[in-house]
Structure formats: C-alpha cells, structure tokens
Design a protein around this ligand. Structure first.
Ligand code: MN
Length: 719
C-alpha cells in the first residue's frame, strides 16, 4: 500500500521545503475529509488521491498540481467546499480542483461527433489550464488500474469512455506511456477474448523473442560502435491494443503482427541520429516507403524520431526508431516533459512550451462556436496523415483525405483564397481528388477567385475550413459595410455633415473607439445591422439635436378617451413618439411641462431616464377598440410581387395600410417601410408573424421599439 513518504521521496528532488510543507498540509487535509470513506475494493479512500498524486510526482508536476492530486475528489465527494479549499490552499489550487471536479461531472458519449463535443466541454471545464487535464489523466489512470473492483456494467462504460476520450487526449498531449496503459487496460475489459489471444501468443513467444532480440541488439550495437556512435539500443514492445488495431487494419493474424520486431536507438544528438540511420541502412536493406523522418517533420503533438523498417539478419522485418534522449523524453512524457523543462521559471503557466496540437486545442478562438471547435478538434484527433510535396520539393503533412484546397491553405491563406485548380503530378485534378502520399502538387491561381461555400464539401483540414468560413463572412460583411456607410452618409447629410469630411471621420473614429468597435468599417457594419443607435452617433457631433425633437403629431386616434391616467379618463394625453404604444401594450404616463401626459410603453428607454416623480400610472380603457397606427420595417429579397404579397397579407388580417414604400438596399435586397392600422398588440403580433412567414421576407421589425435604434428625427423610415 502506498505511503505518503513515497510521494515525498518523489517530490523531494524538485520541490522546495516550503512547497513540501504545503503538500504535507494537503495530505493531512485530504486524510481528514476523506476519513472513513472506502473504495469499491474496500481500501481506505485516501489511497486513491495518494496514488494519483504519486503519478503526478512521477511526471514531476508543480506544487499546485501535486496538492490538487491530493485534493481532487474533496469537493465532489466530501463536505469540503470551494471556499474551504480557497481559504486553506489558495485560489490557484481551488481552480484546479474545481476544474477536475467539473470534468468528472461531464456526460460522455461515444459517437465521434459527440466525442469532439465532449472534448469541447472538457477543455472549457479546465479553464484552459493544462494541469487540470494532467490531474484528470492521472486520476483516470489509477481508476482504470483498479477497475476490477467495479461492478461489471460500470466497468464497460468506464473503459469505453476512457478509450474514446482519455486515451486520445493522452495521445494528443504526447504522453505515450499513459496512453498505452489506458488503452491496454481498457482493451482487456472491452475485448477480453481478443486480449487473451494476444496475451497468450505474446507469452508463448517470449523466450524466442528474448533470445532473438538480444542477438539483434548486440548486432546493432556493434554496427553503431563501428561508426563510433555513442548510442544505446533498446528493445521495444508494442502495446497489446496497438497490435490488435494493426491486426484489424491490415487483416493479419496476431502472430504475424508479433513477428515484427521493434528496436529503439537513443543517441546523443540529432546528427548522430542520422548517422545511426546510415549505419542501420548500410547493414540491412531498408524497405522502400517505410522510412519516416519525424525529426525534420515533427508530428503535431511534438513527437520526433526517425522510423525505418529493414530486412533483418534472419530475413524478417525489423522496425527501428532512432531519436535523441530529449526526444525520447518528450515521446514518453509529452506535455509533461515540456512542463519539466520550464518548471523553474516564475510565470511557468505562460511560458510552458506546448506542442502545436495542444495549443490548437487550448488556444483555439473557436471555443464559443461548437461547430468550428468540433472541426478543429476532429483535426487534432486525426493521427493519419498524407505526405505531399510542394513544387519546391518541400514536404507537407496533411490530414488523410485532404484535397488540393487543403494543400493550398496549408501553404498560404492567399494561395487558398485564390485557388482555382491544381495539377497533381502534372495532371489537372478536380477539387474532389483525395491527395496521396508522394503527390507533387502545383496550385493554379486566379487572382479574381474568391472562396466558395462549395469548397467546404471537399476540405477536411480545420485550417482550410476556418479560412473559407471567415472569407465568406468577410464578403458578407463587406456588403453590410457598404450599405451601412451609404445609409449613415445620407443621415449625416441631413444634419449638414459630410461623411468624407476629415473632421467628421475623426469624430466617428472616436465614437467607434468609445463603442469598442475596432474601426470605422466595423461601425458601418454595426450601423447597417442596427446595432448602433443614430442618436448616439449624432450626439458626438454636439448638434444639440434634442431640441429639434418636437415633431408633428402623427396619431390617427384621439387617445384621450382610451386611456385612464391615475384612475381618470379624459385626461389630455398623447402618444409618445419614441416608443409608439398601441392598444394592449403595457404603458405608463409621463407628466410633461404644459403638454399634458405623454404615454410611453413601459419598456421605453426614455422613461428610464426621466424624473420618476413625474411618472403616473396609465391603463388602457378596456372598452377602447379603435385602431392605432404602428410602423414596421421589413427586409426582404428584391423580387417582383413582394409588395403585393405584403399588402395582401395585411388585408387578410383586416388591417389597413396607411403608408408603404420600398427601397432597394443592395442588388438583391430591399427594405419595405410600412405604416398600418392595428387593433391591439395581439393583432399586431399576428400580422408580424404572418409577414415573417413570407419566404422572401427575412426580418420584420416594429419601428420605434424601445430596444432597437429608434429614430427621433425622421418618422417615416430609417432608410
Ligand atoms: Mn478521483
């Protein structure tokens, strides 16, 4: 049974005395809160956090992670609270423990789509701190090691989840030994017969294999010595699960897979790696097409090594991997190895040198967009690649099934955007062509070309996908920028402001900054989308526009009889222009100076800003059944017959049109301004719903509504 001293011995070489005191405190705390709890095995619960911590200490994680290992189940399984953890161990530890707890609560599913979605949830739960995942992996590893104590049903679910989610995650983080152990232990649970078969075969060949491998080892060693290379040779065992996968993939018998012998040469530096490769190849014939140079071209999880397969001295295939000590460490420990190298620096969190694939997962901008994130993650889960050549002979790694567009984007965004075709090995190919390893690709460029939505059908790499999407988005936003600028320019012209005037531009820029819009273009786009209020824009020119506000009455009804103010009707009221209440709206009265009571919708923005002592209760008289006017704006496709479709619909709802006019806003789009008579809010709702259901209408908006930009200056239209 593990003792706390075992952990202390492991952390002693790299933690300070103060750190160790805190670790000890965490141990005491964990022992106290888990006191009396038992695992399925009947052992004291405390064994589990200790074993987890011991794994973390093996990969030499920092003090906070070690403490988190000891505390990782306290929030979920004991009476300890986040506040307790923060108070005793600080916020950093609490955030880590909380992250691990959140991951434990995730519902994990098994389809690939869902798996990617689970990854997203998982990454979000970590708060983007990689240490949370490392603790979780250690937790899972120990749970899997002791899985035999679980009830049968839970065993399988647990193993499935582990092999679907945590093993690939360990692989992505490059922690080879955790990945293989997780895989093999789950394999044993999920496919017991296959596991037994491979295991029996393996054991039966063990003696033979050991004899053989020591011969090969000494042969290799003496070859290396001949070349004066200081390198060591190790035999390498494949894990059972990867033997199984190879069996399935290549349709081989297990003994055939087991016949492939694997060795590893560890040398001092990169030059000796290539020299060792030369020694191997000059002794035994390499098998063509099986040499891979992951030193010059590291895998995206940071893995580096030379791989080759040769025909060995007894005529059988021998796999050889050649790498430096440091590469070996990274191959075994992955992210954790990177961690170790940086552990002495103060701001280790920022300095940790994550491999590309991990960065992609953690730093992806698309966390908030599930679909894009899933695409990105899918890419990261891919372990199969094709290797193709640029016209200059450079090698590129692309996910399997990539097309020429993926290739073009992998080289350069512009090349992707302007890609109009490609030659592969000299022949023109369609976009649907799937690249094969060894293809030499030349992209044909057309500078007028723009990315098309159709491309998304062919591309598989997340880079190509996101570049195509963002390019399509930017084409759309160029349209709205143009429209926004045009409308705003007309608006400003009415106030004597020229949008091209440098002082006007300067003011607009200042306004953009205040509004946290990146630039003028963004202001136009937001304006066209009604996300910016014209009043706010005009206010920055100090026009004193508010005094111009009083404008002609537009009410078609005499509301004096229809509204009860402060319990009495026949009070002089008028409908406020700012929010245009209609019968049925919730309303409130505002006592104006000398102009009676103005009636606003209760949700009106202006009402929020007035002196509340001047507000007075206002209610509709239920007997009131006159019609009142309201204005709508529709955006729609510019299509003949759209106006008659709109007016027919309004007639069908027994409403009358007071005003209607349409305006083209782009080559294919129009806006329609409408003033109609409606009975009440319900009636209006039915009409807008009807308008909305016309296929060519894509938005219906009630103008002068409190939450949209309302126009205090022009009544008829905002266009
Ligand atoms: Mn646990």
């Amino acid at each position: 049974m593990i003792r706390f001293n075992d952990i202390l011995e492991k952390v002693h070489p790299y933690l300070t005395t103060e750190d160790i005191a805190e670790v000890t405190k965490a141990y005491a705390y964990s022992a106290k809160v888990h006191g009396g709890q038992k695992r399925y095995s009947g052992e004291p619960y405390l064994i589990h956090p200790m074993e987890v911590t011991s794994i973390l200490a093996d990969i030499r994680l920092d003090k906070e992670s070690i403490i988190t290992g000891l505390l990782h189940d306290t929030i979920e399984d004991t009476l300890a609270t986040k506040d307790d953890i923060t108070r005793i161990f600080g916020e950093e530890v609490c955030a880590l423990v909380d992250g691990v707890t959140k991951i434990s609560k995730l519902k994990i599913s098994s389809t690939f789509e869902k798996q990617a979605e689970d990854f997203r949830k998982l990454i979000l739960a970590t708060g983007k701190d990689i240490r949370v995942i490392l603790v979780k992996l250690a937790d899972r590893l120990h749970n899997i090691r002791t899985i035999s104590h679980l009830p049968e049903e839970r065993k399988r679910i647990f193993a499935k989840e582990t092999v679907d989610l945590y093993a690939p995650l360990a692989d992505r983080l490059g922690i080879y030994w955790i990945r293989t152990e997780l895989e093999d232990r789950c394999f044993e649970v999920l496919k017991p017969n296959e596991y037994d078969e491979i295991s029996r075969m393996f054991n039966s060949k063990k003696d033979e294999w050991e004899k053989y491998s020591s011969e090969i080892k000494s042969l290799l060693q003496s070859e290396l010595d001949k070349f004066n290379l200081d390198a060591s040779v190790n035999t390498r065992f494949k894990n059972f699960y990867s033997i199984y996968k190879k069996m399935i993939k290549k349709n081989l018998d297990p003994d055939k897979v087991l016949d492939i012998k694997a060795f590893r040469i560890i040398s001092n530096d990169i030059a000796s790696c290539y020299a060792a490769l030369g020694a191997v190849h000059s002794t035994w014939k390499p098998i063509p097409g099986r040499f891979k140079d992951y030193i010059a071209l590291p895998k995206s999880n940071g893995y580096q090594s030379l791989h080759t397969v040769v025909i060995g001295p007894f005529g059988d295939k021998v796999e050889v991997q050649i790498r430096t000590e440091e590469m070996h460490e990274i191959a075994e420990y992955g992210v954790a190895a990177h961690w170790k190298y940086k552990i002495d620096t103060k701001e280790r969190k920022k300095l940790i040198d994550l491999p590309e694939s991990v960065k992609n997962i953690f730093e992806t901008q698309t966390l908030s967009d599930p679909r894009e994130f899933i695409d990105a993650i899918k890419d990261e889960l891919i372990t199969d690649f094709v290797y193709v050549f640029t016209p200059k002979g450079e090698l590129k790694e692309l996910p399997i099934d990539s097309c020429v567009i993926d290739f073009a984007y992998a080289i350069h965004t512009d090349l992707g955007n302007k890609c109009s075709g490609a030659r592969v090995n000299g022949a023109i190919v369609p976009f649907s062509y799937k690249l094969k390893s060894g293809d030499a690709i030349e992209i044909i460029v057309n500078k007028n070309r723009e990315p098309s939505k159709d491309w998304l059908k062919y591309v598989v790499s997340s880079k190509a996908k996101s570049k195509i999407r963002s390019s399509i988005k930017s084409i759309v936003s160029k349209d709205s920028e143009k429209i926004g600028k045009e409308i705003l320019s007309k608006k400003l012209a009415k106030y004597g402001l020229n949008i091209a005037d440098p002082t006007v531009i300067e003011k607009l820029k200042v306004f953009s900054v205040e509004k946290k819009l990146k630039n003028l273009e963004n202001l136009y786009i937001n304006y066209s989308l009604s996300k910016v209020n014209i009043v706010e824009i005009l206010n920055c020119f100090n026009l004193g526009v508010k005094t111009n506000l009083e404008s002609k009455e537009r009410n078609y009804l005499n509301p004096n009889n229809a509204i009860i103010v402060g319990g009495a009707n026949n009070v002089m009221v008028r409908m406020a222009n700012c929010c245009g209440p209609i019968y049925g709206d919730e309303i409130i009265g505002f006592i104006t100076l000398g102009k009676g009571i103005s009636i606003h919708r209760i949700s009106c923005k202006q009402i929020l800003e007035v002196d509340s002592t001047r507000l007075v209760e206002a209610l509709w008289d239920n007997t009131y059944d006159l019609k009142s006017t309201t204005s709508l704006r529709l955006y729609c496709n510019d299509k003949t017959g759209i106006l008659s479709e709109v007016s027919n619909l309004i007639a069908k709802h027994e409403s009358n049109i007071i005003k209607i006019n349409a305006k083209k806003i782009s080559s294919s789009k129009s806006s329609i301004y409408l003033e109609i008579l409606v009975k009440n809010a319900k009636h209006l709702y039915e009409i807008t719903r009807g308008l909305d259901s016309i296929p060519d209408v894509y938005s219906v908006e009630r103008l002068l509504a409190p939450n949209s930009e309302f126009n205090l200056f022009e009544k008829n239209s905002r266009i």
